[in-house]
Design a protein around this ligand. Structure first.
Ligand SMILES: Cc1cc2nc3c(=O)[nH]c(=O)nc-3n(C[C@H](O)[C@H](O)[C@H](O)COP(=O)(O)OP(=O)(O)OC[C@H]3O[C@@H](n4cnc5c(N)ncnc54)[C@H](O)[C@@H]3O)c2cc1C
Length: 272
C-alpha cells in the first residue's frame, strides 16, 4: 500500500530567496525562505512539505530554477549542467506576516574536514541571504481521524521538523506519544510545545554505525503504549516507516486507515 498524500488543489512554483540561516545544533540548520510569492502558498496540513530547487554549491555554472509547476518539462529542456538539485523539505514554521517560512535541514554525511557529500546538506551549509531557490508545495499526509484518543508519532531526524510542527499545532485534546530518533544527544530539543499529556522519547544514536531509523523502529516495537484508539503518523528512513506500519498492523491490530506512513529517504541511496 502506498502512503496517502493530500496534494494541494492549486499551487504555484514559488520564486524565493534565503532570508536567513542558522545552525541550531551539530546536525540541524534552520533556513528561512521568503519573497512576495509566499502569498501564493496556502497552509494546509501540519506536515506540509515541498520540493526545493537549488544550485549545488559544489557545481559551477548558471543553474536554471523552474518557474512553472510543469517543472519536469522545463528541466528536460535544459542542458544537464543547468539543471538544479531537487530535495523535499517540510515547512517547519509559516511566517505569513513576513512573507516567509522556515525549513529545517538535517545535516549528514559530513567528513572530518567539514565537507558534505550530500547536496541538500551542502546547500544548507552554504545558504546565505539572497541565495535564490524555487519551491513547490507537495501537500501533506497527517490526517488524524475523528474519535482517536491519542496519537503516536515516530520518526528519525528527517521527520523531526514535521513532528515538531505537528506537536505545536495539534489540538490540546490529542496527546502524543512520540518516538524521535536524532543523530546525537546534543540534537535533543529541551523546549518542545506539545499538547498536555504528551511524552517524547528522544532516541539519540550513540553508535554512528547504526542505520538511521533502527532505534525508532525498535523503540516502537518494545513500547508500552497507552490504551484507547490511536492515530499513528510515521516518517523517516523508508524501512523504518514501513517496519513501524507493519508492526502496528500485525502485532497491535491497528486499522490501516488509522496509520499514515512515509519513507522520507532510503538508507544508502541519494534522492533523485
Ligand atoms: C515529504 C518529505 C518531507 C521531508 N522533510 C524533511 C525535512 O524537513 N528536513 C530534512 O532534513 N529532510 C526532510 N526530508 C528528507 C530529505 O528530502 C532527504 O533526506 C533527502 O535525501 C536529503 O537530501 P540530501 O541531498 O541531503 O541527501 P541525498 O543526496 O539524497 O542522500 C545522500 C546519502 O545520505 C543518506 N541520507 C539522506 N537523507 C538523510 C538523513 N536525513 N539522515 C541520514 N542520512 C540521510 C542517503 O541514504 C544517501 O546515502 C523530507 C522528505 C520528504 C519526502
Amino acid at each position: 500500500m502506498t502512503p496517502r498524500i493530500k496534494r494541494p488543489s492549486e499551487r504555484r512554483m514559488l520564486s524565493l530567496t534565503v532570508r536567513a540561516s542558522k545552525q541550531t545544533s551539530r546536525h540541524f540548520m534552520t533556513v528561512t525562505l521568503g519573497g512576495d510569492d509566499v502569498r501564493h502558498l496556502r497552509q494546509t496540513g501540519f506536515d506540509q512539505a515541498g520540493r526545493l530547487f537549488f544550485a549545488d554549491p559544489a557545481e559551477d555554472g548558471d543553474v536554471f530554477l523552474p518557474s512553472s509547476e510543469r517543472w519536469v518539462l522545463q528541466l528536460t529542456l535544459q542542458g544537464g549542467k543547468r539543471r538544479p538539485r531537487v530535495r523535499t523539505y517540510t515547512i517547519r514554521r509559516f511566517r505569513p506576516q513576513e512573507s516567509a517560512f522556515d525549513i529545517e535541514v538535517s545535516l549528514h554525511e559530513i567528513d572530518a574536514s567539514g565537507r558534505a557529500s550530500a547536496p541538500g546538506t551542502r546547500w544548507a551549509l552554504a545558504a546565505t541571504p539572497g541565495t535564490k531557490v524555487a519551491f513547490l508545495d507537495e501537500g501533506h499526509s497527517y490526517a488524524p481521524p475523528g474519535g482517536t484518543a491519542w496519537q503516536l508519532l515516530a520518526g528519525d531526524e528527517s521527520a523531526l521538523p514535521a513532528i515538531l510542527a505537528i506537536l505545536e499545532r495539534s489540538a490540546a485534546g490529542l496527546p502524543a506519544e512520540v518516538f524521535l530518533e536524532v543523530p546525537a544527544s546534543e540534537d535533543i530539543r529541551p523546549d518542545v510545545t506539545m499538547p498536555p499529556g504528551s511524552v517524547i522519547h528522544w532516541l539519540p544514536r550513540t553508535d554512528p554505525s547504526v542505520k538511521p531509523g533502527a532505534l525508532a523502529l525498535d523503540a516502537v516495537k518494545r513500547a508500552q503504549l497507552p490504551d484507547g484508539r490511536f492515530y499513528a503518523w510515521t516518517a523517516g528512513e523508508s524501512s523504518m516507516a514501513t517496519g513501524i506500519r507493519r508492526h502496528l498492523v500485525a502485532e497491535r491490530h491497528v486499522l490501516k486507515a488509522d496509520i499514515s506512513f512515509r519513507g522520507y529517504f532510503s538508507h544508502g541511496r541519494a534522492s533523485l
